[in-house]
Design a protein around this ligand. Structure first.
Ligand SMILES: Nc1ncnc2c1ncn2[C@@H]1O[C@H](COP(=O)(O)OP(=O)(O)OP(=O)(O)O)[C@@H](O)[C@H]1O
Ligand SMILES: [Mg+2]
Length: 278
C-alpha cells in the first residue's frame, strides 16, 4: 500500500482520458525541445451537472503552441472546461480532438494548490510526473533537468514542508514539465501567491512555454495576467465563448503599457457587463 502511495500522483493530476490510445509504448524518448505543442479542436462541447447546464456549446480551435488564457466570472465553467480538455471528467456532448492519438503524458494540469506528496523529497515529487516512465533509467536525470528549468536544483533533497508557497508551485511546475507535455493546462496556478512571487512565476511560465513549445491553456481571474502572458484571451459567459480577444503585443511584454492596459480594460468591461446581467 505504502509503495503504491509513494509512487502515485493525486487522482486529478494525471490526465486519464478514456479515449487515449492504448498504452502500448513502454519506453518513451524524451521530446525535442521545440515545436511539441498539439492543436486542440473543440466542437459543440456541452456539460451539465444535474439541471445546471454549465457548458452550452463550446466551439474552439487552438493552434499548436498557442498560449490561450480563459477568463470569466466565478462559476462560469472555466475549471469544468479545463477538466474536460484534460480528460479528468466526461463530456456530455460534442468532441475534443488533438489532431492525433495522444498518450496520458501528453497533457498535464497544474492547479492552484501544488498537491505535492509530503512523504517524498522534491526530486521524487518531480519524478512522479513521468507517469509510466518513472521507472526508466533516465528518470533521475529528467527530473533534475526539470528542476533546473524551474530554478530549484538546489532543493532536490528537501521535503515539501520546508518550501515556500512559490517554491512549492515551482516544484509542481517541474512535475508538470518533466514528461515534456504537449498541452499544459493551468487552473489558477498563481492565485495563492503574493504579487512579487506571482510576477516572477508568470515570467517563468512564459519562458518555459517559449522554450518547450507546448500549447498552454491558462485559467485565471487576473485579466492583467491574461494579457501579459497569452496570445489570445477567451471570455466565457453563459456557457459559451462570448469574446475571443487576440493579444498582438510583442514579447517580451511591457507590463503596464498603454497597449496592454487598453486590452485589459476592454476585457474587464466584457466581464463586468456579464456580471451586471446576473
Ligand atoms: N463535480 C461537480 N458537481 C456538481 N456541480 C459542479 C461540479 N463541478 C462544477 N460544478 C458546477 O459547475 C459550475 C461551474 O463550475 P467551475 O468550477 O467550472 O467554475 P469556474 O468558472 O472554474 O469558477 P471559479 O472561477 O470560481 O473557479 C458551478 O456552478 C459549479 O457549482
Ligand atoms: Mg475554477
Amino acid at each position: 500500500m505504502q509503495t503504491a502511495l509513494r509512487t502515485s500522483l493525486p487522482e486529478t493530476e494525471l490526465a486519464s482520458r478514456a479515449n487515449f490510445a492504448p498504452h502500448t509504448r513502454v519506453v518513451r524518448e524524451e521530446r525535442p525541445l521545440q515545436a511539441s505543442g498539439l492543436p486542440l479542436s473543440i466542437r459543440g462541447l456541452r456539460k451539465s451537472f444535474g439541471d445546471n447546464e454549465v457548458l452550452r456549446g463550446i466551439d474552439l480551435h487552438i493552434p499548436a503552441g498557442q498560449f490561450v488564457a480563459i477568463v470569466g466570472k466565478s462559476g462560469c465553467g472555466k475549471s469544468t472546461l479545463l477538466r474536460l480538455i484534460a480528460g479528468l471528467d466526461k463530456i456530455d456532448a460534442g468532441s475534443i480532438g488533438f489532431g492525433q492519438d495522444i498518450q496520458p503524458e501528453d497533457i498535464r494540469v497544474m492547479f492552484q494548490e501544488p498537491r505535492l506528496l509530503p512523504w517524498a523529497r522534491v526530486l521524487a515529487n518531480v519524478e512522479v510526473g513521468l507517469g509510466r516512465d518513472r521507472a526508466s533509467k533516465d528518470a533521475h536525470d529528467r527530473a533534475e533537468k526539470a528542476l533546473i528549468e524551474v530554478g530549484l536544483a538546489d532543493k532536490r533533497d528537501q521535503w515539501p514542508s520546508v518550501l515556500s508557497g512559490g517554491q512549492k508551485q515551482r516544484v509542481a511546475l517541474g512535475r508538470a514539465l518533466v514528461s515534456r507535455p504537449r498541452v499544459l493546462a493551468f487552473d489558477e496556478p498563481l492565485g495563492a501567491l503574493d504579487a512579487l512571487t506571482r510576477i516572477s512565476m508568470q515570467r517563468l511560465l512564459e519562458r518555459v512555454w517559449r522554450d518547450q513549445g507546448f500549447t498552454a491553456i491558462l485559467v485565471t481571474h487576473d485579466v492583467s495576467e491574461a494579457v501579459a502572458l497569452a496570445d489570445r484571451v477567451l471570455v466565457i459567459d453563459e456557457g459559451r465563448i462570448a469574446h475571443d480577444v487576440t493579444v498582438n503585443a510583442a514579447r517580451p511584454r511591457q507590463r503596464g503599457s498603454a497597449e496592454l492596459a487598453a486590452l485589459e480594460g476592454s476585457i474587464l468591461s466584457h466581464l463586468l457587463s456579464a456580471d451586471d446581467r446576473t
